[in-house]
Write a protein that binds this ligand. Structure first.
Ligand code: R5P
Length: 315
């Protein structure tokens, strides 16, 4: 076990279970801090131990409640900076606001860039994150971004299942490059959905390229929110004669609205997500499986602290 001297890890309220798991992996205790709300809803943060000169890590996904988690993270960074932490690394397993990473219509914002700017202005020195909605978001920061991926974990999970006659499915053209890694590692054919958004928050998969007839599809996604995109993709796959035995692997299970219930349809065999965002176990059926990113993030934190190469973690 490395000594990890001079390092402290703190958790926001976004996903304390994951933070605890990461700390356990590293063999350290989480640092002590208080996070509470003023009567008007404003956030109060106080670190209960010295952070002077330490290599500080804050673990906080900006998942729902998105704005609250984001503001809490900013306030933690500010408090660490003012208390003379030597370096502040924000570990953001799920980077919210990433889906507005370009203007799709006039007079729209680019929130992925705005969030990058405010994190940096608050005092973040480095970001560690997993499966950003778009790789280009790394370039929105002028500080180092370690962009990890859970794709390897999904490959291993599905490979271990030894499913016969599978087809790997990218629900849209944008994800094909990432999904090709799964195709290569599982030595399976590829199918691609053609997705568009006829209006705000409405998704349509108009057609599917690739032969899926009689095959078991494995859909690889980055985010599931309402489940709308997945439902469209599942319908298109069934229309084209796939086996009614569909697997889904998505890094970030945001699961808003009725997503848990929508995904619980009989043709869907498993919904595999990671724990970048906490799962609502009361609503998730047994079909929902969770892979832990704690070992990956713990190793990334250790290497950042020890100034070791991260290269092998990016694959
Ligand atoms: C969008 O391009 C993403 O990759 C996801 O497909 C999308 O954000 C999922 O959202 P929902 O589940 O609401 O369709």
């Amino acid at each position: 076990m490395p000594k990890l001297e001079g390092m402290k890890i703190f958790s926001g309220t976004g996903n304390p279970t994951l933070s605890t798991e990461i700390a356990e992996q590293l063999g350290v205790n989480l640092g002590s801090l208080r996070i509470s709300r003023f009567s008007d809803g404003e956030t109060y943060v106080k670190f209960d131990e010295t952070v002077r000169g330490v290599d500080a890590f804050i673990i906080q996904p900006t998942c729902p409640p998105v704005d609250q988690n984001l503001v809490e993270l900013l306030i933690q960074i500010d408090a660490l900076k003012r208390a003379s932490a030597d370096r502040i690394t924000t570990v953001i397993p799920y980077y919210g606001y990433a889906r507005q990473e370009k203007k799709d219509a006039p007079r729209e914002p680019i929130t992925a860039k705005l969030v990058a700017d405010i994190l940096t202005t608050a005092g973040a020195n480095r970001v560690v994150t997993i499966d950003l909605h778009a790789d280009a978001i790394q370039g929105f920061f002028n500080i180092p971004v370690d962009h990890l991926t859970a794709i390897g974990m999904f490959c291993k999970y599905f490979k271990d299942k030894s499913l016969d006659d599978i087809v790997i499915v990218s629900p849209d053209e944008g994800r094909v490059k990432k999904v090709r890694e799964v195709v290569a590692r599982l030595n399976a054919p590829l199918a691609v959905g053609y997705k568009h958004h006829p209006e705000h928050q409405v998704t349509k998969v108009t057609h599917l390229a690739g032969d899926v007839r009689g095959k078991i599809p494995i859909i690889i996604e980055d985010i599931i929110s309402t489940g709308g995109s997945i439902m469209e993709c599942v319908d298109a796959l069934l229309d084209q004669g796939c086996k009614p035995e569909i697997y889904i692997g998505a890094t970030h299970g945001v699961f808003t609205g009725e997503a848990y219930e929508r995904l619980n349809r009989p043709e869907i065999k498993e919904v595999v997500v990671t724990n970048t965002i906490p799962l609502d176990r009361d609503r998730a059926s047994d079909k929902f499986k969770v892979l832990s990113v704690a070992p990956l993030l713990a190793e990334a934190i250790r290497r950042v602290h020890e100034n070791e190469s991260m290269n092998s973690l990016f694959r």
